[in-house]
Design a protein around this ligand. Structure first.
Ligand SMILES: O=c1ccn([C@@H]2O[C@H](COP(=O)(O)O)[C@@H](O)[C@H]2O)c(=O)[nH]1
Length: 272
């Protein structure tokens, strides 16, 4: 999917919601556990009930690969039922020496046909650029993550006398553009989201951390929204585990709808 198609979907749905698919066998409703492929059955119902409100889905690969070969099969089945106009993100946090990154890119972009993949910047240009060689595919580079440990490296000054996340954002703009590269920016990072927006005025941000991690959607929009919105705000547990009963998919729909309605108001406010 290209950038204008993604922007058009955001306009059309008045939404910048990314639904995170983190299917945990220990958390999915009991009645699904006897299904032949419980993880797939769970994600299928979630996708069916939330697709009206979502512009992106983000399966976190850990929940699938933890189940071995069967988990990879479930992942492919989930990918196949996501409507084609909805952006897909493989949250795989890959990145390795060039020849290996090239094969990771092939795995997620060709074998599986994801629109995008999260990539760690730590190994530098040759680990990231192989992912940027695919038409209409995206790298989502970890810049300022939502977890507490992000303060161990990302916000401390590097050899250029600025926080490491500044250098990641500045340097990586030599590799990719707003047409094929986004940044992960945690919803929990408050005003720092505004610093990232100053450094990358046109890039999309994937913003995890609302819902279970307590980040504020209003704050994300205040500091991170630009003229095209350029935000994909993710919620995983807050949506998919809204109920663990037979009504789980309807409960997920309600949570997704609530977030979409809030987003619609924020988009409208930003337009004025
Ligand atoms: O900085 C980051 C990068 C990725 N994530 C991932 O997003 C979801 C968040 O899940 P919630 O249940 O909404 O907290 C999860 O898959 C993380 O691995 C992140 O949280 N922060």
């Amino acid at each position: 999917m290209n950038r204008s198609q993604l922007i058009a979907q955001i306009e059309y749905k008045s939404s910048f919601l990314c639904v995170g698919l983190d299917p945990d066998l220990d958390k999915i409703p009991a009645h699904l556990k006897s299904e032949p492929d419980p993880i797939f059955s769970f994600c299928k119902e979630i996708v069916e009930e939330t697709a009206d409100y979502a512009v992106a889905y983000k399966p976190n690969i850990a929940f699938f690969e933890a189940l071995g070969p069967k988990g990879w099969e479930s992942l492919q089945k989930v990918l196949d039922i996501i409507p084609k106009e909805i952006f897909t993100i493989a949250d795989a946090k890959r990145g390795d020496i060039g020849n290996t990154s090239k094969l990771y890119a092939k795995a997620f972009f060709e074998s599986m046909d994801f629109d995008s993949i999260t990539v760690a910047p730590y190994m530098g240009a040759d680990s990231v650029t192989p992912f940027l060689e695919f038409e209409n595919k995206w790298v989502i580079l970890l810049a300022l993550t939502s977890n507490a440990g992000s303060q161990d490296f990302q916000t401390i000054e590097d050899g250029h006398c600025k926080p490491l996340f500044h250098s990641v954002i500045e340097k990586s703009q030599e590799w990719g553009s707003p047409e094929n590269m986004m940044y992960v920016v945690g919803a929990t990072r408050g005003e720092l989201i505004g610093e990232v927006r100053t450094l990358a005025p046109d890039h999309f941000f994937l913003v995890p951390g609302v819902g279970a991690q307590g980040g504020s959607l209003a704050e994300v929009a205040r500091y991170g929204m630009n003229a095209n919105c350029s935000l994909l705000v993710n919620s995983s547990r807050g949506i998919i585990y809204a109920s663990n009963g037979k009504d789980f998919a309807k409960a997920a729909r309600n949570e997704a709808k609530k977030l979409q309605e809030e987003m619609s108001v924020l988009l409208e406010k930003h337009r004025k």
